[in-house]
Design a protein around this ligand. Structure first.
Ligand SMILES: Nc1ncnc2c1ncn2[C@@H]1O[C@H](COP(=O)(O)OP(=O)(O)OP(=O)(O)O)[C@@H](O)[C@H]1O
Length: 599
């Protein structure tokens, strides 16, 4: 992203609070001006004092210290101090307000964006990297705006005021100094360009490391089981080393700035001092003005060093802004012009009509899928791994859109309904149950935020989990930790079934767990699933033989397409892929409930 674009985008957030933003700038101008006139005020006193002392030494009649003049200078100095500190306080206060409010807006925009971004983005990006953009990057922008903006403004204004004052005091002497500014600027530009690239690489390396760490931590158990700690650590070490190298390069290049610019300004300092002293000796410059001049050299020198010091923070903030805005510019879920709606309650007829789809449209996974389901029927989707079972569900929920053909719910093409409205009619019970840090009551209420405690418990009863919850310490008030590791897998599944019961969807999607749990729990899950499927259209990615045999329709998938469909008896009679699968895997081991179809 181009620098001007980044700044423009940042400004669009600050602009909302432009009143306060302008106030902070005005206050900073007052502060810097007050700082800039300090040497002149002191110069007035010094010139007067030195003239008075000289008169006294020379024995001029009536000579003495001009106290009333000095008193006025003191009053002026006091007013200047008020301006300086008042400006500083108001400037910081107004800016803090602007920055905190606009960064609050930015974080909200990121969060809203995340909810509009298609599932495909999250499939293709590491969560850790997304997280880094949402947290670290926004932090870097906040810090830069909060801490560096005023300093930067101060520095730029400080240079401008100092130059003006020097030109007023002695323009010839001022010119010597002014010449050094473009030299410093030119040198700074070269260093800045180089360090900008390095800071970008540093931000990317940090995002990469974040993503990897997050991935590895979430797969911690598997890594240990497969003894991959060494590989994991070694990849981490490589990524960490990359971050160290880029970080070093970025800091090193930007740290070159200080000594190089310091050398240029010290040179200017020496030259102006010598020329200035000669001017005083020649009587062209007062002593007070010479001391003011020397102070201005510092007032220019310091801001230039300040700007270069800040350049690191600003550079990384610009890189971070680029990454944040890149995320905000990601393509959103495509919204068709909405022309249809569904009634509050749908019957649950589902039809796939010549559906064609590929994650990569050039390389379609599904070429032609057609089938229809009557309201209230149970559909078991079976097939080897990678056959496209999850994809079928992704399309039904509109996590992805079909490339051609149509999916219809109660005869309405789902592409013509807003996604949020469509999803209101669906409930999902996934294998990998998602529970979050809160108590059990709130975790279940997630299915319907309007439900009261009694309704939640009723749903838990239907899902066969009520008794279990009551045996837990604290019952429904028991806190679930972040990983929900204090609840077993089977119990988690029962809880997500309770959530689905509570949400009372018209169409249900169940991803049957492949992992085995003990027979009693298995039976509880099976009967809970039967309860929740009762009377509603259900799609089950089925692994249990009993589910498959009881389904109204079995869709047998292979390589993205449906190769057979019908009920168990019909498919057995066809004597095709399903019959082979059944004969090879199930016949011998047929037992009630807890048999898993494994591919
Ligand atoms: N987000 C994605 N981007 C690109 N390709 C994908 C994506 N998700 C799945 N695929 C590919 O699409 C094909 C079907 O995958 P899908 O997950 O639908 O199969 P599945 O039948 O559900 O498998 P499993 O039983 O292992 O879950 C696979 O070849 C898979 O690699």
């Amino acid at each position: 992203m181009k620098l001007t674009d980044v700044l423009q985008r940042l400004w669009s957030y600050l602009r909302v609070y432009r009143g306060q933003f302008i106030l902070s700038i005005l206050a900073t101008i007052v502060q810097t001006f007050a700082q800039a006139i300090e040497p002149v005020i002191l110069g007035l006193a010094i010139t007067e004092l030195s003239a008075n002392v000289l008169d006294i030494v020379n024995g001029v009649p009536g000579a003495g210290i001009n106290y009333s003049y000095i008193a006025w200078v003191c009053v002026l100095y006091f007013i200047r101090g008020m301006g300086f500190h008042g400006g500083q306080f108001i400037g910081q206060y107004a800016l803090t307000n602007v920055v905190q409010k606009s960064m609050y807006d930015l974080r909200n925009d990121i969060s809203n964006k995340a909810s509009r971004i298609p599932v495909s983005y999250f499939d293709a990006h590491q969560t850790g990297d997304i997280l880094a953009r949402m947290t670290n990057d926004v932090d870097a922008i906040t810090n830069a705006l909060q801490q560096s903006f005023i300093q930067l403004l101060n520095a730029v204004l400080g240079i401008a005021f100092a130059i003006t004052m020097m030109l007023i005091l002695d323009w010839k002497l001022a010119l010597i100094l002014i010449v050094t500014i473009p030299i410093s600027y030119f040198l700074a530009q070269i260093i800045l360009k180089k360090s900008q690239t390095a800071f970008q690489q540093q931000a990317d390396a940090l995002g990469d490391l974040f993503g990897y760490t997050q991935e590895q931590l979430s797969g911690f158990t598997e890594i240990k089981v497969y003894g991959k700690q060494e590989e994991s650590v070694s990849v981490f070490r490589d990524k960490n080393a990359r971050l160290r190298d880029h970080g070093f390069k970025a800091s090193f290049i930007s740290s070159l700035m200080m000594p190089i610019l310091g050398f240029v300004s010290n040179l200017a300092y020496a030259v102006t001092s010598v020329v200035g002293v000669l001017a005083v000796l020649a009587g062209r410059l007062t002593v007070g003005n010479l001391q003011a001049f020397v102070q201005y050299v510092w007032q220019i020198n310091q801001p230039i060093q300040m700007i270069t010091q800040l350049s690191g923070v600003i550079q990384s903030a610009i890189a971070a802004s680029g990454r944040v805005f890149e995320f905000l510019d990601e393509e959103e879920e495509y919204q068709m012009p909405v022309s249809n709606t569904l009634p509050d309650k749908v019957a649950g007829a589902v039809e796939f009509d010549h559906v064609r789809f590929g994650y990569d449209p050039q390389n379609p996974l599904m070429t032609d899928i057609s089938f229809s389901v009557n309201p209230g029927e149970t559909v078991a989707v079976v097939g080897p791994t990678g056959a496209g079972k999850t994809t079928l569900i992704n399309l039904l929920m509109r996590f992805y859109d079909v490339d051609s053909g149509a999916i219809k719910v109660d005869g309405v093409d789902i592409k013509t309904i807003p996604r949020s409205e469509l999803r209101k009619h669906f409930g999902m019970v996934l294998q990998d149950a998602w529970l979050y840090t809160d108590n059990i009551m709130e975790n279940l209420r997630f299915g319907d935020l309007e439900a009261n405690d009694y309704e939640v418990m009723e749903a838990a009863q239907v899902a066969n989990v009520h008794h279990f919850i009551q045996t837990l310490p604290g019952g429904y008030d028991m806190e679930i930790n972040e990983e929900a590791s204090n609840i077993s897998l089977g119990q988690k599944q029962l809880m997500t079934i309770a959530r689905a019961v509570l949400s009372d969807p018209d169409i249900l999607i169940l991803d049957e767990a492949t992992s085995s749990v003990d027979t009693r729990l298995e039976q509880l899950i099976q009967s809970a699933m039967d309860n929740v499927m009762e009377g509603r259209t259900s799609f089950v990615i089925a692994h249990r033989l009993s589910t498959i045999k009881n389904a109204d329709m079995i869709l047998v998938m292979q390589n993205g397409n449906i190769i057979e469909h019908g009920n168990h008896e019909q498919l057995m009679a066809q004597d095709g892929f399903y019959a082979d699968l059944y004969n090879s895997q199930f016949q011998k081991q047929e037992q009630p409930a807890d048999i898993h179809m494994s591919y």
